[in-house]
Design a protein around this ligand. Structure first.
Ligand code: GDP
Ligand code: MN
Length: 341
């Protein structure tokens, strides 16, 4: 009933997870948050949630990243929210800024069209940069060079369930590459050329495609055929990347690097509004074995307007089974039926 996965061996009470221990049972992993100084208040609330439900037992370090320098207040208040070590890192400009082959005039024109189509954030250049950085740069930050697993955390998200085992250790022991909580359709207008570019890439590199891949999930057109049409063959289904627990070795692999570079050259992070969620998801779906992706059904989670809320005595503060909050059309955005099929 708790939804906890099978084969859990690593519980805090049986192992050394003291924050400063040099012999601790922690594996090579960090909580990771790209965040702005202005989001400090929301971030601290989220940190308290995750510390209360999980990290106070395991004391995994937090790494905060920002394209700007963090303020002293930011450093003090975040460190006050955890016993674990905190690291504060600035993103090198060459990781954040648009590459030189991007044409500013073309960006302006194409973003105007996207805005007219009602694509959220399409006129905000920082959002495009953020999506590109989360797609192909985060795992290249020098401060993460010796770190393997990450748990991505955004300000304002909520966690509802007590989780009593080391989830990073679970990933490692069960040979998982990627864990998600929420699985959604995307706005097809934000990525009309992502699938065509991807098809060109895999035609050039068929050797990168995994045998036991998730292609059917990526191209399923039963539930929402209009999406496939507008996205030129892609269902738009993706793991919602504001939550992810992942193995950076996948993103550092030759196949992912080649894919990211190909997409980056194609320019869709700026001329369209490709999100890092569909980019990660398409890559996982094609280049990774399907068995290496894990649904953390036991991690109660909210990022407005969606939830993952299990029916378990370990959870409080969300309604079991509830998927969305707000307008009823949001219910259509759930792509789990396709994924489980
Ligand atoms: P949404 O979830 O798509 O609405 O986008 P968010 O505004 O939540 O942004 C996603 C994540 O990137 C959050 O963790 C933000 O704090 C972070 N983020 C977005 N833009 C910037 C930026 O320009 N600078 C920094 N440092 N963080 C950003
Ligand atoms: Mn967000």
């Amino acid at each position: 009933p708790t939804g906890e996965p099978e084969g859990i061996l690593w519980r805090a009470e049986d192992n050394d997870y003291a924050p400063d221990s040099t012999e601790s049972a922690r594996i090579n992993a960090t909580l990771l948050s790209l965040v702005r100084n202005e989001e400090l208040g929301e971030l601290v609330k989220t940190m308290r949630d995750l510390e209360r439900t999980w990290n106070h037992k395991f004391n995994y370090p937090w790494t905060f990243l920002n394209d700007q320098p963090f303020t002293e207040e930011f450093k003090r208040k975040t460190q006050e929210a955890t016993k674990a070590k905190c690291y504060y890192e600035q993103i090198p400009a060459e990781h954040w800024e648009a590459p030189e082959w991007i044409d500013d005039e073309l960006v302006k024109e194409s973003n105007k069209i996207l805005e007219e189509q009602g694509i959220q954030y399409s006129g905000k250049s920082s959002y495009h940069k953020m999506c590109r950085w989360n797609s192909g740069m985060f795992y290249k930050h020098p401060a993460l060079a010796n770190t393997r697993y990450y748990w991505r955390v955004e300000p304002k998200v909520q966690f509802f369930c007590n989780v009593d085992y080391d989830v990073f250790r679970y990933m490692q022991d069960h040979n998982k590459t990627y864990g998600f909580t929420i699985n959604l359709f995307d706005a097809p207008e934000s990525l009309p050329s992502l699938w065509p570019e991807t098809e060109r890439f895999i035609a050039e590199h068929p050797e990168y495609v995994a045998e036991n891949n998730m292609m059917e999930w990526l191209v399923d057109d039963k539930l929402r055929p209009e999406h496939n049409k507008k996205a030129n063959g892609y269902s738009t289904c993706h793991f919602w990347s504001n939550f992810e627990i992942g193995d950076m070795d996948f993103f550092r692999s030759e196949r992912y690097e080649a894919y990211f570079n190909y997409l980056d050259r194609a320019g869709g992070f700026f001329y369209e509004r490709w999100g890092d969620a569909p980019v990660h998801s398409v890559a996982l779906g094609l280049f990774e074995d399907a068995s290496k992706v894990h649904w953390f059904r036991d991690i109660g989670y909210r990022h407005i307007p969606y939830f993952n809320c299990p029916n378990s005595p370990k959870c409080s503060g969300c309604t079991p089974g509830k998927f969305y909050e707000g307008a009823s059309w949001l219910s259509k955005e759930d792509c789990r039926p396709n994924y489980f099929k």
